[in-house]
Ligand binder design. Structure first.
Ligand SMILES: [Zn+2]
Length: 358
């Protein structure tokens, strides 16, 4: 079968390879891949910054945002049938207490593996095999939009973490801010609007295409090249109760902790790989956190419950704002054009690779 693999740590090595279709075990299903979304991790894997091949393998088939159809089931598989549309989760547990309890996204030891990223092949291939327990069945009604489920699960976990952290008090958030307007930022804004919250979106641009999406959702957008992040609460006349930080900028992450209002919470999702240094008033920073009862929560990956909530919310978004989710998928490429697809990501919201022609 056709697959797309990199030589880990080798720049621009993503290429088509021909590999055997894996055989299925009793508790596994064979999935025919339809779409695979690309994200920043995939780009970094192709740039050689990231990625680890399975033990004994020189290549890593990457891609972790999948949508496919079940075309084979092992003898003990009960919850899935031929023809089901499915998405696979990404992380696989190690032997820590959190992983043991099913909280593999909260892994304590860090010896987890991740399909398409770390130690396991991913989904950029015509077929993949996975255990039934790591597969999430998606309703046919979502169609191609289900390829957005993996990034949606990340947003769902971030929101879940915020509300869990805030159980420390009576909390009735009115105004939330999402920093960053990539796929994750846009999906997060949608999920928060679904919950009836006022949503501010910030990034460093005025993009007409995204502005259109914001106006349909009722999201207020600010360009932080034109207004200081710290001035936004005054501008909207309300304190910001929750900030979900998704820019990839550690400076924005740090400033978010100062911008969030009394009793507020900041959820950090950006993986910032550099060694940037900024100067802040440490006393003011600390005092603001203490006197404001503020909480800072880091979050990575997602749990199965976040995928399941994601399905419900993607369907609700599609019902409330029909057609808005499909505006996120702005580029589609065949597997052969993988390098072009990866290069196109900077000008796109979500780029996908299609293995099945429509
Ligand atoms: Zn673990």
């Amino acid at each position: 079968m056709k697959a797309i693999a990199v030589v880990p740590k080798v720049k621009n090595s993503a290429q088509i390879v021909d590999v055997e279709i894996p055989s299925i075990g009793d508790d596994e299903v064979l999935v025919k891949v339809n779409l695979v979304g690309l994200d920043g991790t995939d780009r970094e894997i192709n740039e050689g910054h990231y990625g680890e091949a399975p033990a004994g393998d020189a290549l890593l088939i990457f891609g972790h945002e999948s949508l496919g159809e079940v075309v084979g089931t092992g003898s003990s598989v009960k919850s899935l049938q031929m023809g089901d549309n499915v998405v696979a989760t990404v992380r696989r547990p190690d032997d820590c207490i959190n992983c043991h309890a099913g909280e593999y996204d909260m892994c304590l030891k860090g010896n987890y593996t991740e399909r398409g990223i770390r130690g396991l092949h991913g989904f950029l291939s015509e077929f993949y095999v996975e255990k039934e327990k790591h597969i999430v069945k998606v309703p046919n009604g979502l169609g191609d939009l289900a390829v957005l489920l993996e990034p949606t699960s990340i947003a769902e976990k971030a929101i879940r973490m915020a509300f869990l952290a805030q159980k420390r008090m009576i909390w009735s958030p009115k105004m939330v801010m999402v920093t960053g307007t990539g796929t994750l930022g846009l999906i997060t804004a949608m999920l928060l609007r679904l919950r009836g919250l006022n949503v501010i979106s910030v990034d460093r641009s005025d993009d007409e295409y995204k502005e259109n999406i914001f106006s349909r959702l009722g999201v207020t957008h600010f360009n932080t090249d034109k207004i200081n992040l710290h001035d936004i609460p005054k501008k909207v006349g309300m304190q910001v109760d929750l900030i979900i930080e998704e820019t990839g900028s550690s400076s924005v992450a740090l400033h978010s902790m100062m911008v969030v209002g009394t009793n507020g919470v900041v959820v950090l999702t950006s993986i910032t790989g550099g060694d940037k240094k900024i100067e802040i008033c440490a006393d003011c920073f600390n005092q603001g956190l203490v006197l404001g009862n503020k909480a800072i929560v880091g979050t990575v990956n997602a749990n199965r419950q976040d995928y399941e909530q994601g399905i419900l919310d993607l369907m609700a978004v599609e019902k409330k704002w029909p057609g808005v989710l499909s505006k996120l998928i702005t580029a589609r490429y065949p597997p052969e054009d993988i390098q072009m697809a990866l290069a196109s990501m900077k000008d796109n919201i979500k780029t996908v690779i299609y293995f099945q022609k429509k």
